[in-house]
Design a binder for this molecule. Structure first.
Ligand SMILES: Nc1ncnc2c1ncn2[C@@H]1O[C@H](COP(=O)(O)OP(=O)(O)OP(=O)(O)O)[C@@H](O)[C@H]1O
Length: 373
């Protein structure tokens, strides 16, 4: 197992001139030995490029990759001792399940008894024990991909196991089970696992630390609660959550916040002096608040804004209320209640509180402990 450090940038084209020429903009990042990480972001943001740079399938155009402090930038995937699992099964159809799982161990020259023991353990974890003697050719796509996962996990001596959207071909119900299983396997085997996905639920279920990526940039690395509670970049607020964070342009005038043409007194609000001083330096900034933290309040309550309800949806465990404030959409998640508002109503919302975030040029202006200080 190894800790992996990246200090690099990558462009597939020669002589990159502008940000959009890079698949990965300059970044410095450390993945700890034994950690479970997800690289999360939309299609084309650079996840696979980052994974392939770690495995050695792609050489970065600038900078270095280190394993436990040793520069491995020019080493092949074999020399880096990496296991990689791809979107589609990579197995030998003519071999049995057991032979497929044993293959990476035989290649390393392990003793037969040790191979049998390890194959048995991995098969049990992935619920493949009953199929060990079957030929892979006759198995379902789901079972074949489980074998691929098993082949990735079977060796104890790898530096890391890298997964590139490994559950794409898996049936939705089994997908849910396998995600949880992978997390359990991580705890049991203690391997360094790095997992690429564009699915936030997959990332949040599997990983202890998630790297959110957007257009070649790693915009935040953090645990699920940090990404939810304190997105450091507006993209994280937008991408994580269902629906994502609300964003509204805002400015300060004296002790009042101007939001959608309405004036909110900040007297008695939860915002601390440091935050107010920072906001006062800016002509305009963006207020971010998650739909979960917007509160419905009685009319004319100080510190609240008046909005018009445009849509009310019953989403089962909560109501999703869509409202409009001076041409901006603001979504609210409400617990089911006797009399939810209806489209066309005018209601009052409290947006300010300990969970409100502020952004300038897409970046969070001030971090968690200082917001209320
Ligand atoms: N071999 C290549 N040659 C040239 N450009 C490439 C190559 N591979 C990827 N790219 C480009 O680099 C950028 C990042 O691609 P990458 O595959 O790393 O993103 P991704 O986040 O993994 O997306 P996806 O989920 O669609 O695979 C994209 O603009 C892509 O078109």
């Amino acid at each position: 197992m190894a800790g992996i450090t990246l200090d690099l940038a990558h462009a597939y084209k020669a002589n990159p001139q502008q940000d959009s020429d890079y698949a990965l903009l300059p970044l410095k990042m450390a993945f700890e030995d034994g950690g479970a990480y997800a690289l999360l972001g939309p299609s084309g943001c650079g996840k696979t490029t980052m994974l392939n740079i770690m495995s050695g399938l792609v050489q970065p155009s600038q900078g270095t990759v280190s394993f436990d402090g040793r520069d491995v930038t020019r080493l092949s995937p074999q020399a880096r001792n990496i296991a990689q699992v791809f979107q589609f099964p990579v197995i030998y159809d003519t071999m049995t399940v057991a032979e497929n799982l044993a293959f990476p161990l035989k290649n390393r020259g392990l003793a037969a008894a040790r191979i049998q023991q390890r194959v048995g353990r991995i098969a049990e974890m992935l619920e493949l024990s009953a199929q060990l003697d079957q030929r892979a050719a006759g198995l379902t796509a789901d079972a074949k991909q489980k074998i691929s996962l098993g082949r990735g996990l079977v060796r104890e001596d790898v530096s890391a196991v890298l997964f590139d959207e490994p559950l794409t071909v898996i049936d939705p119900h089994l997908k849910w089970q396998l995600r949880r299983k992978l997390k359990q396997i991580h705890h049991e085997l203690g391997l360094t696992l790095i997992y690429v996905t564009h699915d936030q639920v997959e990332a949040l279920t599997f990983a202890d630390q998630i790297v959110v990526m957007s257009r070649g940039r790693a915009v935040q690395m953090g645990a699920a609660d940090a990404l939810f509670e304190r997105p450091q970049h507006m993209f994280v607020g937008h991408f994580i959550g269902s629906p994502g964070m609300n964003f509204l342009p805002a400015r300060l005038q004296g002790q009042d916040l101007i939001l959608g043409g309405q004036r909110l007194s900040l007297a008695g609000s939860a915002l601390g002096a440091a935050m107010l001083a920072r906001l006062a330096q800016l002509a305009e900034f963006t207020l971010g608040v998650r739909p979960e933290y917007v509160q419905l309040r009685p009319a004319q309550q100080p510190g609240c804004v008046e909005v018009q309800v445009s849509k009310v949806q019953d989403v089962g465990t909560y109501w999703l209320i869509t409202t409009q404030l001076a041409g901006q959409t603001l979504r609210v998640r409400l617990q089911p209640q006797a009399r939810p508002p209806v489209a066309g109503d005018r209601v009052w919302l409290q947006l300010l509180g300990e969970h409100t975030c502020f952004y300038g040029a897409d970046e969070q202006l001030i971090t968690a402990p200082e917001v209320l200080a």
